[in-house]
Design a protein around this ligand. Structure first.
Ligand code: MTE
Ligand code: MO
Length: 328
């Protein structure tokens, strides 16, 4: 159940987002998108005119208990989800991206498609937005640092996106690359940076084509805030958060397994697969539990981590016969 009645909700928990979600759910119930009516509420303390995020039109939520694209778990407020981030291009502290990412210009934006595809090229985001069907999906994101959040993303199926480029039979992997623009990304200018820029990630082709894999262009019904990966990012809900690469400018299809940024930094800590797995500890901390955000000292929200972040029924088949202790 996505809508909670007022009696379910503590007054301290009532945020513009819970209002937004409930209102949207109601509108969808009567078959009208909130955006179509132009009723979007500003989701932060900012006045609507100062808020750079734009309403997105997308298909209604079909909240079904057995639908893996949705969950009724609590979402953090928009303010929380956009102020506790990992985005090393803007600093290594969780609060740095919210402070520094405003310097990023996301328009114009294109995604360069290369390698083993019939239709390589530079795809402007505005064309992509016309071709893809936007939908909302509420997914858990679990960081390897043992915190997690449930986010209402807006975007489109990665499989549908990839089909546009017609990968050839040589395409066994897809590599994603983040923007490299030192003038706008403070972390890329840092002399102490651990990452060899640009940030890259990769998926095996069958993982990328899995129906849960998602390209996000928005959250909470609006375009993505910069700190969350504007204007386009990956969301792979059964893998640790670092696989969900932000501000993507390139997708390269290849027969050779790409090297990812985190593998480059510490190969014994961050594997290529990075599937959420409570049984395989990170060398420096256990992965058996996670802190579900928002949490506080009084209510630490410590929960058990589930295999494949709770998406095992859908994705376990991808790894049949693989030793997940070796392929971490
Ligand atoms: N380009 C880029 N993408 C990135 C990162 C990064 O530092 N740079 N951090 C990753 C990590 S470690 C996590 S946990 C998620 C966090 O996403 P969120 O800030 O939207 O919660 O983004 C991932 N994507
Ligand atoms: Mo992370």
């Amino acid at each position: 159940m996505l809508i909670r009645t007022p009696s379910d909700i503590l007054s301290s928990e009532i945020t513009p987002e819970s209002v937004y979600l409930k209102r949207r759910q109601f509108m969808q119930g009567i078959g009208i998108g909130a955006t179509a009516l132009g009723l979007g509420l500003p989701a932060t303390g900012l006045a609507a005119s100062e808020d750079p995020r734009k309403d997105l039109e997308f298909s209604p939520v079909v909240a079904k208990a057995d639908n893996p694209f949705y969950t009724d778990e609590n979402t953090p407020s928009f303010a929380q989800a956009s102020s506790y981030n990992n985005f090393y291009e803007f600093g290594t502290d969780k609060t740095d991206p919210a402070k520094n990412a405003h310097t990023l210009t996301t328009d114009p934006w294109s995604v360069q498609v290369e390698g083993d595809v019939a239709k390589p090229g530079s795809y402007p985001l505005e064309d992509i937005m016309k071709l893809m069907t936007l939908e909302e999906r509420i997914y858990r994101l679990r960081c390897v640092e043992a915190w997690s959040m449930v986010i209402p993303w807006v975007g489109f199926s990665l499989a549908e996106f990839i089909k546009m480029f017609e990968p050839t039979s040589n395409a066994k992997y897809v590599e994603f690359t983040t923007l490299y623009r030192r003038s706008e990304m403070k972390g890329q200018r840092s002399a102490f940076s651990v990452i060899d820029w640009p940030y890259t990630e990769g998926l095996r082709m069958d993982e990328a084509m899995h129906p849960l894999a998602f390209m996000s262009v928005g959250m909470y019904g609006k375009t993505l805030p910069n700190q969350n990966g504007a204007p386009i990012r990956l969301v792979v809900p059964w893998k640790y958060g670092f696989k969900s690469i932000k501000s993507i400018v390139k997708m390269r299809f290849t027969s050779i397994r790409p090297k990812t940024s985190w593998q480059g930094i510490a190969p014994d800590e961050y594997g290529f697969y990075a599937n959420v797995n409570p049984e395989v500890s990170h060398p420096r901390w256990s992965q058996a539990y996670e802190r579900r955000l928002p949490s506080s000292l009084l209510s630490p929200s410590r929960i058990k981590t589930e295999m494949f972040n709770g998406y095992g029924e859908q994705v376990a088949g991808l790894y049949k016969g693989m030793n997940l202790r070796r392929h971490y």
